[in-house]
Ligand binder design. Structure first.
Ligand SMILES: Nc1nc2c([nH]c(=O)n2[C@@H]2O[C@H](COP(=O)(O)OP(=O)(O)OP(=O)(O)O)[C@@H](O)[C@H]2O)c(=O)[nH]1
Length: 334
């Protein structure tokens, strides 16, 4: 398990800034100077106290080796002047597609929001760069500041347990387990900004996810909008509007099942391009994905006609105006 040390919650008034850079062997002396503090070590399960310089050197050397091997990514947290003030990192559990978070901040730099900023930055970095879907954290049950910090960062509790802390021999202390998924972090950031007041006459923005299903002959599946619908008779890429809280990928999985009766997996769709088009009643924003793998044979479940169309014949099929800029991109790519 990884450890946490944040004393007393970073006050909300202070907005921390954090810059992370990979931990280097030259950081060992400073690392030692900052971490050799009972109030830090007692909250870190793997930290002895006192914390010898050789242990710091060995820990940093292991971190450098772990980074090279892709096992873990440990960072120095820097303040605005570029001085190291603490450390934060992610240790991978490749089999589970997860990583364990740990961090600590030197005492002189407590209560300035640095830990919260470092954790936020590390979550973004981790989900962008590592093959993981979840980041987990285990924290001593009496570490109220870190619990508050994790909850503010978007983590949810997943359970309780006990863990040994090297600095407190013999003791098995109660801990709480937390986790955050990639989707939860993304939704949080979508939900976070205050809505910008739209001018009275603004058109609603409609978000539609669409998918170009490509068969082994490189043909693309088009669906013809059935009579009775807006733009009936035009050919389009299968897809539809996102339901509340849905990612575009998840919406595609649902729509492909509903419209075509096929099983498409989220990991089998790749973002390709997007359409942005002002219709009279709304503005359409439509990410277009490509998929070459699915289970089942597409069949029209909603009264639509279907056609497998070679890329150089897409022009022959009348499509909504939003789709037209996408056609040359598809022709060039396929
Ligand atoms: N699926 C799909 N929709 C498209 C494409 N191009 C395009 O302009 N659209 C527009 O994006 C919207 C798709 O949303 P939808 O499929 O959930 O809407 P709908 O008209 O079938 O249902 P609705 O009656 O509930 O509005 C429609 O207004 C549709 O005309 C496209 O290539 N694929």
């Amino acid at each position: 398990m990884r450890g946490f040390c944040v004393p007393d919650s970073a006050t909300r008034e202070t907005v921390g800034t954090a810059v992370l850079r990979p931990l280097q062997q030259e950081d060992a002396a400073r690392f030692h100077q900052l971490i050799n503090d009972w109030d830090i070590c007692r909250r870190l399960p793997e930290a002895p106290f006192p914390y010898p310089l050789e242990t710091a050197e060995a820990w940093v050397a292991a971190a450098v080796a772990d980074r090279a091997a892709g096992r873990a990514h440990e960072f120095a947290i820097l303040d605005a002047d570029g001085s190291m003030i603490g450390s934060a990192g992610l240790r991978l559990d490749a089999a589970r597609g997860s990583a364990a978070l740990g961090y600590w901040i030197g005492r002189r730099f407590w209560r300035r929001g640095h830990a919260g900023a470092a954790v936020a930055e590390l979550l973004h970095w981790g989900f962008a760069e590592l093959p993981i879907a979840t980041i987990e954290a285990t924290v001593a049950a009496d570490n109220a500041a870190s619990i508050a910090l994790l909850e503010r960062a978007g983590f949810s509790p997943t359970g309780r347990g006990h863990a040994k802390f090297i600095g407190q021999p013999g003791a098995s202390l109660p801990v709480m387990r937390y986790a955050i998924t990639r989707e939860a972090l993304a939704l949080r950031h979508l939900a976070a900004p205050e809505p910008v007041a739209a001018p009275a006459a603004a058109k609603p923005l409609v978000l539609v996810a669409a998918c170009a299903l490509v068969d082994i002959e490189g043909r693309i599946l088009l669906a013809r909008r059935p009579p009775g619908k807006k733009m009936a008779g035009l050919w389009e890429f299968p897809g539809g509007k996102l339901a509340p809280g849905e990612t575009p990928e998840r919406a595609l999985v649902r729509e492909m099942e509903e419209e075509l009766g096929i099983l498409l997996r989220e990991e089998d769709v790749a973002p390709f391009a997007f359409a942005s088009h002002a219709y009279d009643q709304f503005h359409l924003l439509m990410p277009l994905y490509l998929a070459r793998r699915w289970s089942g044979t597409p069949e029209p479940r909603e009264g639509q006609a279907l056609a497998w169309v070679p890329p150089d014949r897409l022009d022959e099929y009348p499509m909504p105006p939003a789709d037209r800029p996408l056609l040359p991109l598809l022709r060039d790519f396929l």
